[in-house]
Design a binder for this molecule. Structure first.
Ligand SMILES: CC(=O)N[C@H]1[C@@H](OP(=O)(O)OP(=O)(O)OC[C@H]2O[C@@H](n3ccc(=O)[nH]c3=O)[C@H](O)[C@@H]2O)O[C@H](CO)[C@@H](O)[C@@H]1O
Ligand SMILES: C=C(OP(=O)(O)O)C(=O)O
Length: 437
C-alpha cells in the first residue's frame, strides 16, 4: 500500500502533457468487440488500472488482446464467452459497456449487476430500456443481468429519460449492427461520445449526430477492425489547470482542447485566472487576487461533475463564499469530510456545498473516497500549510497516470511512498477489499 505525501506552499510552474482520456478509451476498447474481421489498434491508451481491467474483461471473453507501449491491439473475430467476470465488473462499472457490443455480436450477454459506488447508486435502467426497445429480452437475477436476442437486434427510437453517457454509448454500440435505424433522443453529448462514434464509423458503422442530443445509427451487417487514437483527457487537463490556480502558479497543459472544457475555462476566468488557449494546449496563470464563484455541475456542455471536487479545493483557497451544487450524482460530496480534516469550512445544504474560503488549509491525513476526491485532496495539499498524506490511492490510479510525478516535475513537494507499518495496524484496513468504482 502506498500514500502520497505533499508539503504545501510551492507554486506550480512549467509544462505537463495530458494523457489519453480514460472515459474515451474504455468504451472504445468495448467497441472493438464489434469487429468480426481484422485487428483494431487503439493509440494513446493510458496505462491506468481501469484500462488494465477493461483489457482483462475482453480477454475473459476469449478475444485476442494485448497492450504494449500505450497501444491496444485486439482481434475479436472469435468471441468464446459471453459472460463478464464478477471480479472485474465489481472493480470497474465501465465494464458494463461490453453488454451492447456482446449482444449485437453474439445475441447473448451475461454481466454482473455493476452496483453503486461512493458517488451514487448509479442505476443502469436507461441502458436496459434501450436494449429492450431493440428487441432484447432482459432477465435479472442472482446479481446478474442476462440479455438475449434471437437473430439481430432491431433498430428503434429510444428516448433517454436522463442524458446518460454510459447508456448512450452502450445503445450506440449495440445499434451499429442492428437491423434498420436507431434514433437515440436526449443522448449525452460528451466529447467521449463523439470519439466513440468516430471509432465506430472508422470500423464501418453509420453513426450521425454524435455530440448533439439526437444520434442516428443506421445498422450495418458487419464491422471490421480499425485504427484510432483516443482524445486527450479533459478531466486530467482540467485537474492541472485547477492545480495551477490553487498554487497561484503558471502551467501549460500540452494537448488540452479548449472546446472540451469550455465551462471550466469560463469559470476559471470568472474567478480571475488568466487562461490562454494555444494551438497545442492551454496555459493557466494567476497574477492578481482570485474571486469566489458559484459552480453547478451538469451534463455536457455544462460544468463536469468529474471536476467538482478539484474546483472545491480551489474555492477553499479563495476568500469569500462559493456555492458548489452537484446535480449529476446524488452523493458526490464525500471529499467534504476529508477537506474538513484540513480545517476547511464547508457546509452541505442538500445538493449544495457552501464553501467559506480563504482561511489557510492545514495539512492532514486524508483518504481518497473516489477518483476525483483523491485528486482534489492532493491539490488542496499543494496549498495547505504543513504535510498532507493521502491514502486509498487505488481510486486515484483508476484515472490518473503518475499524478504525483507530474506535479513533482511542475515544482510541487510531493512524493509517493509506501505506507509505514504503524498505519497498517488497523485490522479493518487489512481485511477490507478495495472497491474501485
Ligand atoms: C467511464 C465514464 O465515462 N464515466 C463517466 C460517465 O459515467 P456514467 O456513464 O456512469 O454516467 P451517466 O451519465 O450514465 O450518469 C449520470 C446520471 O444518470 C444516472 N443514470 C445513469 C444511467 C441509467 O441507466 N440510469 C440513471 O439514472 C446516474 O446514476 C447519474 O446520476 O459519465 C459521468 C457523468 O458525466 C462521469 O462522472 C463519469 O466519469
Ligand atoms: C466517476 C468517474 O469514473 P467512473 O464512471 O469510471 O466511475 C470519474 O472518472 O470521475
Amino acid at each position: 500500500m502506498e500514500k502520497i505525501v505533499i508539503r504545501g506552499g510551492r507554486r506550480l510552474k512549467g509544462r505537463v502533457k495530458v494523457q489519453g482520456a480514460k472515459n474515451a478509451v474504455l468504451p472504445i476498447i468495448a467497441a472493438t468487440l464489434l469487429s468480426a474481421r481484422g485487428e483494431s489498434e487503439i493509440g494513446d491508451a493510458p496505462p491506468l488500472k481501469d484500462v488494465e481491467n477493461m483489457v482483462k474483461v475482453l480477454k475473459a471473453l476469449g478475444i485476442k488482446i494485448r497492450y504494449a507501449n500505450g497501444r491496444i491491439y485486439t482481434n475479436a473475430e472469435s468471441i468464446s464467452e459471453t459472460e463478464a467476470p464478477y471480479e472485474l465488473v465489481r472493480q470497474m462499472r465501465a465494464s458494463f459497456l461490453v453488454m451492447g457490443p456482446l449482444l449485437a455480436r453474439t445475441g447473448r450477454a451475461r454481466i454482473p449487476q455493476p452496483g453503486g459506488c461512493a458517488i451514487g447508486t448509479r442505476p443502469i435502467d436507461q441502458h436496459l430500456k434501450g436494449f429492450k426497445a431493440m428487441g432484447a429480452q432482459i432477465d435479472m437475477g442472482q446479481g446478474y443481468i442476462e440479455a438475449r436476442v434471437d437473430g439481430r437486434l432491431q433498430g428503434a427510437n429510444i428516448y433517454l429519460d436522463i442524458a446518460s453517457v454510459g447508456a448512450t454509448e452502450n445503445i450506440m454500440m449495440a445499434a451499429t449492427l442492428a437491423k434498420g435505424q436507431t434514433v437515440i433522443e436526449n443522448a449525452a453529448r460528451e466529447p467521449e461520445i463523439v470519439d466513440l462514434a468516430n471509432f465506430l464509423n472508422s470500423m464501418g458503422a453509420n453513426v450521425r449526430g454524435a455530440g448533439t442530443g439526437e444520434i442516428r445509427i443506421e445498422g450495418v451487417d458487419f464491422l471490421k477492425g480499425a485504427q484510432h487514437t483516443v482524445i486527450p483527457d479533459r478531466i486530467e487537463a482540467g485537474t492541472f489547470l485547477v492545480a495551477a490556480a490553487v498554487t497561484r502558479g503558471s502551467v501549460f497543459v500540452e494537448g488540452a482542447i479548449g472546446d472540451h472544457i469550455r465551462p471550466l475555462i469560463a469559470k476559471l476566468e470568472e474567478i480571475g485566472v488568466t487562461v490562454t488557449e494555444e494551438d497545442d494546449g492551454i496555459h493557466a496563470c494567476c497574477e492578481g487576487e482570485l474571486k469566489p464563484a458559484d459552480v453547478k455541475t451538469l451534463p455536457y456542455p455544462g460544468f463536469p461533475t468529474d471536476m467538482q471536487a478539484q474546483m472545491m479545493a480551489l474555492m477553499l483557497t479563495i476568500k469569500g463564499t462559493s456555492l458548489i451544487t452537484e446535480t449529476v450524482f446524488e452523493n458526490r460530496f464525500m471529499h467534504v469530510e476529508e477537506f474538513k480534516r484540513m480545517r476547511a469550512n464547508i457546509k452541505i445544504d442538500g445538493r449544495t456545498a457552501v464553501v467559506e474560503g480563504g482561511e489557510p488549509l492545514s495539512g492532514a491525513r486524508v483518504k481518497a473516497s473516489d477518483l476525483r476526491a483523491g485528486a482534489a485532496l492532493i491539490i488542496a495539499g499543494l496549498a495547505a500549510e504543513g504535510e498532507t498524506e493521502v491514502t486509498e490511492l487505488h481510486h486515484l490510479d483508476r484515472g490518473y497516470v503518475d499524478l504525483a510525478g507530474k506535479l513533482h516535475r511542475l515544482g510541487a513537494d510531493i512524493e509517493r511512498v509506501p505506507v509505514e507499518v504503524e498505519q497498517k495496524e488497523s485490522a479493518s484496513e487489512l481485511v477490507v477489499q478495495p472497491s474501485y468504482a
